[in-house]
Design a protein around this ligand. Structure first.
Ligand code: FE2
Length: 309
């Protein structure tokens, strides 16, 4: 079996640029996921973000999680739980405006590190969007411009911890879903695994690689590429030992961005049923809110039926 794609982004500036672009193209077409090393984000910054995220969980989040588990009786479950995830999370918004100063209980060092981390991830997301454009034969800046709408993209980080779980077969760390948005950059624990993606009907582990960034494609890139690239189902299996940290940063279109297949990626002889819908991004998000843990195809069909733009 092919192994999960790990791509050395540092090779883009060498004579191996061609094979690196090819590896990204193959990962986008066949996996919807890849892992980047030498991505340009300083290792010291990643170490700081990891340390402060874990400290913050231990100090401010762990107790709250335990209370939630006790109040829902999750530990004594006897059958599969389908309406909760075994995760502790909070969300930091970076764009169009930051909410970092409004989140309570964050240490000043953590706020500073998160701000710097977000700036670096934003740069990486934009670089990746242009690499995708190049592979797709779209002009440079095409995806960035589509995502911009009139007020700029939505960009934020979901900080998650998955504590040790006594019954990982009955409750998922995070139930299976595809991501709604654009491109997602994940900084995950390098020791405690648990992220899996669905490929050819099999769940495959996304291996922890120290200081790597895992990239995956959301539903919007599937629409814009008219299905050439696909968003892929993934989930988190909580572990019985060890707390897993994961920081997922979502670089998404702006609320009023109009999403539709790029004209050059729709073939003239495509049947109407083969062409993805056109819609306002926020309308998709409203639909997604209630259907996150279901298959994406009915969401695309529902957007076709609404056809508001
Ligand atoms: Fe996800």
């Amino acid at each position: 079996m092919e192994s999960f794609p790990v791509i050395d982004l540092g090779k883009l500036n060498t004579s191996e640029r061609g094979t690196t672009m090819e590896a990204i193209k193959d990962a986008c077409e066949n996996w919807g996921f890849f892992e980047l090393v030498n991505h340009g984000i300083a290792i010291e910054l990643l170490d700081t973000v990891e340390r402060l995220s874990k400290e913050h969980y231990n100090k401010c989040m762990e107790q709250r999680f335990k209370e939630m588990v006790a109040s829902k009786g999750l530990e004594s479950a006897q059958s599969e739980i389908n309406d909760y995830d075994w995760e502790s999370t909070f969300f930091v918004r970076h764009l169009p405006s930051s909410n970092l100063s409004e989140i309570p209980d964050l240490h000043e060092d953590y706020r500073r590190a998160m701000k710097e981390f977000a700036g670096e991830l934003e740069k990486l997301a934009l670089e990746l969007l242009d690499l995708l454009c190049e592979n797709l034969g779209l002009e440079k800046g095409y995806l960035k411009n589509v995502f911009y709408g009139t007020k700029g993209p939505n960009f934020g980080t979901k900080v998650s911890n998955y504590p040790p779980c006594p019954k990982p077969d009955l409750i998922k760390g995070l139930r299976a879903h595809t991501d709604a948005g654009g491109i997602i950059l994940l900084f995950q624990d390098d020791k405690v695994s648990g992220l899996q993606l669905l490929k050819d009907d099999e769940w495959i582990d996304v291996p922890p690689v120290r200081h790597s960034i895992v990239v995956n494609l959301g539903d919007q890139l599937e629409v814009i590429t008219n299905g050439k690239y696909k968003s892929v189902m993934h989930r988190v299996i909580a572990q019985t030992n060890g707390t897993r940290m994961s920081l997922a940063s979502f670089y998404n279109p702006g609320d009023d961005a109009i999403i539709s297949p790029a004209p050059s990626l729709v073939k003239e002889d495509d049947e109407p049923s083969q062409v993805y819908p056109k819609f306002v991004f926020n309308d998709y998000m409203k639909l997604y809110a209630g259907l996150k843990f279901q298959a994406k195809e009915p969401r695309f069909e529902a957007m076709k039926a609404i056809a508001t733009v």
